[in-house]
Design a protein around this ligand. Structure first.
Ligand code: ADP
Ligand code: MG
Length: 250
């Protein structure tokens, strides 16, 4: 088993945001999670990537229980993520954002990330090389010196991908990676996800755009009110009555 959620639950007080979910990520594939707003999709990602401790259940990565590890440790194991909204420094360049963002993700706290870098010149150079490499991969090398404040929404999404890729992940969790971009740009970002898979990275994404996800995903899990109500190939999900009911609010 590659990465697996076992009977995973997360409660916030009396609210069951994620309820006894079993999910196994298929290696080398595009795994999608869909479901209405508030279904618990982001919380599910937050528990897997260490932002929240599970209330019960486990996250197993390559045989090890990682459910009690902090986010930076999980990132260093090769599990990366993007957020629904990425906080970028608008007054800094694309390149600077990737270098700093990379540090923030791998250090245990802000202080370490900014002050206690303990980096030799060589390490610093490596870090910059990595930033350029991932910017090249996501198609943003030409914009490296532009201010983030002046680039498009779709380019900002690409920066989020670059940040996730900078840790050399085996698996990336993408939370609504195409939200707020137009259909052509959505298609381009979908191609970028396929390119990640071709590079050997396993993709796990939360997505609202049904047409796109039905074309892109190998496997889909549907959450509703924190519970898994369906799982299968796009064809299986498309014809599932529970899923249709959940989306129509029945
Ligand atoms: P989705 O991503 O599917 O839209 P979320 O995982 O963001 O859903 O939220 C699921 C439920 O958990 C919602 O009712 C939301 O209000 C609640 N929730 C999410 N995060 C927190 C939190 N940190 N504290 C309290 N409630 C939360
Ligand atoms: Mg969400």
């Amino acid at each position: 088993m590659f990465l697996e959620a076992k009977n995973l639950s997360k409660h916030f007080g009396g609210l069951h945001a994620v309820k006894e979910v079993d999910f196994s990520v298929e290696k080398g594939k595009i795994n999608a999670i869909i479901g209405p707003n508030g279904a618990g999709k982001s919380t599910f990602f937050n528990v897997i990537t260490g932002l929240h401790r599970p209330s019960s259940g486990q996250v197993i990565f390559k045989g090890d229980d990682i459910s009690k590890l902090p986010p930076n440790k999980i990132a260093l194991l090769g599990i990366a993520r993007t957020f629904q909204t990425t906080n970028l420094f608008e007054q800094a360049t694309v390149f600077e954002n990737v270098v700093v963002g990379h540090r923030l993700r791998t250090k245990s706290n802000l202080f370490d990330a900014i002050f206690r870098t303990k980096r030799t010149k060589q390490e610093e150079e490596k870090c910059k090389e990595k930033a350029l490499e991932v910017l090249h991969f996501v198609g943003l090398a030409h914009a490296a010196e532009r201010m983030v404040g002046s680039i498009s929404q779709e380019e900002k999404k690409r920066i989020a991908f670059a940040l996730a890729l900078a840790t050399d992940p085996e698996i990336v969790f993408l939370d609504e990676p195409t939200a707020g971009v137009n259909p052509d740009e959505t298609e381009e970002l979908a191609q970028l996800m396929q390119k990640m898979v071709q590079k050997g990275i396993t993709v796990c994404l939360i997505e609202h755009k049904m047409q796109m996800i039905m074309k892109l995903a190998d496997k889909i899990m549907v959450l509703n009110y924190g519970e898994k109500i369906a799982e299968g190939t796009p064809d299986e999900i498309n014809n599932n009555e529970e899923v249709i009911k959940a989306y129509l609010g029945g």
